[in-house]
Design a protein around this ligand. Sequence first.
Ligand code: NAP
Length: 229
Amino acid sequence: MMLTGKCVAVTGAFGSLGAAVVEAVQKAGARVAAIDRTATPHEPLGDAALFGNVDLGDMASAQKTLDDIAQKLGGLDALVNVAGMFRWETLVDGSLDTWDLLYRVNLRTAAAASKAAVPHLLKSTAGRIVNVGAGAAGKATAGMGAYAASKAGVARLTEALADELKDQHITVNAVLPSIIDTAPNRADMPTAEFDRWVKPAQLADVIVFLLSDQAAAITGALVPVNGRV
Ligand SMILES: NC(=O)c1ccc[n+]([C@@H]2O[C@H](COP(=O)([O-])OP(=O)(O)OC[C@H]3O[C@@H](n4cnc5c(N)ncnc54)[C@H](OP(=O)(O)O)[C@@H]3O)[C@@H](O)[C@H]2O)c1
């Protein structure tokens, strides 16, 4: 198994993609801590240690949670930043607060969790951070400005932190999904061709590879994972 003996923290772990990542990382042999702002998971998460009710936008909460996880798991080898949120809203008809909200939920959570994790990852022989960006951040269309800006920030965080940590055996990469085949997306777009959308389990497989020893030479990469969209 690709992650035997590793300790991995996953944020946004009670959501659609996060739950799939927790499952795949456990199947790959790792011990997992599942962090989320929601109190309890919507579905069972195997043997994962659960850390609900955590707002990772708050640096003190992020630090306490990552410290508690490292203590509980006996160390930390990897962090997967899945926590995030989508809003479609035009600038003219929308609220400026949406820009602050998406910055906080999509970018600040990843920055805070990474900052909190790095002191623990430095003790690992092969530290890993994988962020979840978005393909939509490459070029925004109407209504996508705040979301794309926040996810473009995740891409720039990935590049900057990869460069910052490249001599310390920690890699930092991001996956850039197109639309994911989740229940909320199916409900929002009932006439879409669901089989074109990337499955959460497919994204999770790519994340497992980026966490593995086999991916040691990849850092600062922004990996599109599009299914057939
Ligand atoms: N779904 C897509 O089509 C798609 C496409 C491209 C990229 N993505 C990205 O993929 C990731 C996962 O998407 P998803 O569809 O699985 O979303 P999801 O089901 O909404 O899961 C996201 C989880 O993150 C949690 N969260 C939000 N803010 C948090 C915070 N401050 N601290 C801790 N946890 C927090 C949410 O909790 P609450 O519910 O309590 O807020 C939720 O459980 C996101 O980063 C998203 O932007 C998704």
